[in-house]
Design a protein around this ligand. Structure first.
Ligand SMILES: Cc1cc2nc3c(=O)[nH]c(=O)nc-3n(C[C@H](O)[C@H](O)[C@H](O)COP(=O)(O)OP(=O)(O)OC[C@H]3O[C@@H](n4cnc5c(N)ncnc54)[C@H](O)[C@@H]3O)c2cc1C
Length: 296
């Protein structure tokens, strides 16, 4: 199945997520275009297989049993970036860091905040990724994609209904293939300096040398998840090798563990914070796949 797309079969998802966790995908494909994405959905549909779409896997926990059916990774084969004046168009598989750097080279400001976010344009737009007072919603002017049935879709910024770490992509259930950014002219050296400053802040405060999926929880209104977790004395708390980072309590890290331990740690941290400070933490990490059947 999916032979003409060079599908990887029984492919460990731990190789395709920044957390380095997750059981096998039955099939994993890296399409090159919207047409190929539609053809993949058609072929999966013909065999009644479920389809899961991912980007760089930097916001994902894939469970130990892996993902049944087809996983489509909008990544390495869809990375073209073009520029037309102040407008940058990037295919969904382009890494945010690369697009931010290309913008800086061209003397375009607005994407500095995104340079250290280790995801793709497609994942960034879907999640309305943001940092240091910036978010995708401020710079994205149009998002193009394809519905599973093959119909093209093109949405304006307003139609994308960006909110905190969400957008219309998940509600409408389409696959992002390209995004357009409108940026402002600026001094390339100043843009690069701002990017370096933000990235230095990031590496001083975040555990970038250990596998993670970034902040595990969304910011609850009026609070910071990391501060609440720290306040509960949970820095360093672990289940197996899944651990609350000592450097940043909002990051849960994999120091050699299973997805089950990681998932259990997320639940335990939520439970303790709820009991001790009465605030419910909502996961920012998206959980995919199925648990491993227990050996009995
Ligand atoms: C060290 C570290 C630091 C981080 N810092 C930040 C930060 O500062 N700010 C922030 O917002 N996030 C941060 N993140 C989280 C993550 O990088 C972002 O959420 C990123 O936007 C996810 O992009 P991705 O390509 O990895 O998407 P994935 O994790 O692969 O997918 C995320 C979601 O988007 C969907 N998706 C992905 N691509 C597409 C597509 N083309 N079409 C339709 N749906 C799609 C997936 O189905 C999934 O639901 C961090 C993560 C790490 C590991």
């Amino acid at each position: 199945m999916f032979e003409s797309f060079n599908a990887l079969v029984n492919e460990p998802m731990s190789e395709h997520t920044t957390l380095k966790l997750g059981g096998p995908a039955d099939y994993l494909v890296f399409p090159r275009s919207a047409e190929e994405i539609a053809a993949l959905f058609a072929e999966a549909g013909a065999y009644n297989l479920p389809v899961t779409v991912i980007g760089h896997g930097s916001n994902l926990l894939v469970l130990d049993g892996g993902i049944r059916g087809l996983v489509i990774s909008i990544g390495k084969n869809m990375r073209a970036v073009t520029r037309d004046g102040n407008i940058i168009r990037a295919q969904a598989g382009a890494m945010l860091g690369t697009v931010a750097l290309e913008a800086a080279e061209a003397g375009l400001s607005g994407l500095e905040f995104a340079s250290g976010i280790p995801g793709t344009v497609g994942g960034g737009v879907t999640m309305n990724a943001g940092a240091y007072d910036g978010e995708m919603a401020q710079v994205v002017t149009r998002v193009s994609g394809v519905y599973p049935g093959g119909e093209a879709v093109s949405l304006t910024n307003e139609q994308m209904r960006f909110g905190y770490r969400r957008s219309a992509v998940s509600e409408l259930n389409f696959i992002v293939t390209e995004a357009e950014f409108e940026l402002k002219p600026g001094d390339p050296a100043a843009i690069r300096a701002r990017m370096s400053e933000l990235n230095a802040k990031r590496s001083a405060s975040q555990p970038l040398d250990v596998p993670s999926a970034g902040s595990a929880f969304k910011r609850p209104e009026g609070y910071y998840a990391a501060a609440l977790i720290d306040q509960c004395g949970l820095k360093g708390y672990s289940i197996g090798g899944a651990r609350v980072s000592m450097k940043h309590a909002g990051f849960l890290v994999n120091t050699g563990t299973s997805s089950k331990d990681f998932y259990d740690l997320m639940q335990k941290v939520r439970q303790i914070v709820e009991e001790r400070v009465g605030v419910t933490l909502e996961p920012e990490i998206r959980v995919l796949g199925e648990e491993k059947p227990s050996a009995s």
